[in-house]
Design a protein around this ligand. Structure first.
Ligand code: NAD
Length: 253
């Protein structure tokens, strides 16, 4: 067991889902010594994951929608009161819809863009002042291979647009914030075995998608968490503005 996050405070959004990337990231950060703050929109999930985290170390959870800037500001205020500041932000909250282009309603477009892209933007905007007060930190956001190759699995055009937006956003704020001590990076996973696609990710579909990779399998949550923790830690001390591919070789560019 490494111990890369002792005395660090980390905020992970979208960490409620039992089989999701957010919960696994939060638990991994806690196991390596971080004080961990999680958010999600599902109250029971927030409570459950917070209890799991508190068995490992200092942790708190808040029900907060990443689209709600005031709610996210309150989260940052309470974690600053409780833990003294913020060092690591992991923007995980996201969702997708498999709708084809001509059938996407404006409401669905807004939902997918707002949760994935605007939520990342707003959360980062309220988190950065707390990180600057600590003298710096690291931001890792969840993009997707969908933003690079135009979806094609479960995400559609709005999801691809949002995840491509996260890559541009990452580079833009890396330019502004790196000279001030905050490294900013994102990860672009291909299909990961979580519940994001609901019932659509059957065992047969997983096997088919695995064949499209050089690894012969889709990613598991741990494959992604390891990369997120690398970008959040000092091991990636000279990386900023990077999109780290986690796709088992299914998309090389
Ligand atoms: N699973 C994949 O194949 C895959 C691939 C590439 C990228 N990603 C990205 O990784 C991230 C996590 O995905 P996952 O597979 O763990 O999905 P998941 O559905 O298991 O988890 C997403 C979490 O975000 C929460 N959430 C949704 N809307 C929210 C909001 N408005 N405010 C706060 N929380 C909200 C959900 O309640 C859920 O707990 C997402 O951004 C997703 O787009 C996933």
């Amino acid at each position: 067991m490494q111990d890369r996050f002792t005395n660090k405070v980390a905020l992970v959004t979208g960490a409620g889902s039992q089989r999701g990337i957010g919960r696994a990231t939060a638990l991994a950060l806690a196991k390596e010594g971080a004080s961990v703050v999680i958010t999600d929109v599902v109250p029971e999930s927030v409570q459950k994951v917070t209890e799991e985290l508190q068995k490992i170390g200092p942790a708190m959870g808040e029900v907060a929608d990443v689209r709600d800037k005031e709610a996210m500001r309150r989260v940052v205020r309470s974690l600053t009161d409780r833990f003294g500041g913020l060092d690591i932000l992991v923007n995980v909250a996201g969702l997708t819809r498999p709708t084809t282009f001509l059938d996407i309603s404006e409401d669905e477009y807004d939902l997918v863009l707002d949760v994935n892209l605007k939520g990342t933007f707003l959360t980062t905007q309220v988190a950065v002042p707390a990180m600057l007060q600590r003298g710096g930190g690291a931001i890792v956001s969840l993009s997707s291979v969908s933003g690079q190759r135009g979806g094609g699995v479960f995400g559609s055009s709005h999801y691809s647009a949002a995840k491509a937006g996260i890559m541009g956003f990452t580079k833009a704020i890396a330019r502004e914030l790196t000279p001030r001590g905050i490294r900013v990076n994102c990860v672009a996973p291909s299909m990961v075995d979580t519940d994001i696609a609901g019932d659509l990710l059957t065992e047969q579909r997983k096997a088919e998608l695995g064949q499209g990779t050089l690894m012969g399998r889709i990613a598991n949550v741990d494959d992604v968490v390891k990369c997120i923790l690398f970008l959040a830690s000092d091991e990636s001390s000279y990386l900023t503005g990077v999109t780290l591919d986690i796709n088992g070789g299914m998309h090389m560019h």
